[in-house]
Design a protein. Sequence first.
Length: 202
Amino acid sequence: MESFGTVWEKGSPAFWDSMWTSRSRHLTVQAMLKSAQKAARIIEVGCGHGHFLKELLRRGWKGTFHGFDFHAQGVATTRALMAELNVEGSCTAGDVMDCDLPEADLGLLSAVIVHQHSWAPMVIQLLRSAPVVLMTVDYVVPGDHHKSVWMDAGHFDTWYSKVAMEKEAKALGLALSWSALEAPARRKAGVLVGVSRGRLLG
């Protein structure tokens, strides 16, 4: 199995533009954008080519943005966008798990945890810097076990169990809030999950 980073290095700018055009219509993304507009300091993991940031700015958002992504070309594009529009903050190429994160009001994970075997490590990393993390959960399965599925496009997707996530969150002292915004289609549930700090992080 190829690494997460290697898989997504293959996407061209045109590919990511088309992906954003499609994904930006999702109610989960629209809800995330609405919440992000209220935050002065944002960390986005999986910032890609800066599409989310660009849409935030189009809506009049002003604040400090810190982006992280494996995709070096995407990071370069986001940095150029930030420089052009005088956006304060930074954009870093690499694994967010290996980085010291700046303080923020909100952490964002859109279409990221679906490509992780577990949602918790990356969320905990973000919660050390931000009191709340919003993440999209693209696949929700019945039962109490997560399921990782190898996809034809050359990556794996994790289908998450709500029951298991609630148990894991409780054990970590985290609180989850669920917003089922879109009707299931082809197994996709369209769920936005908010995670807030608990006893683990203080």
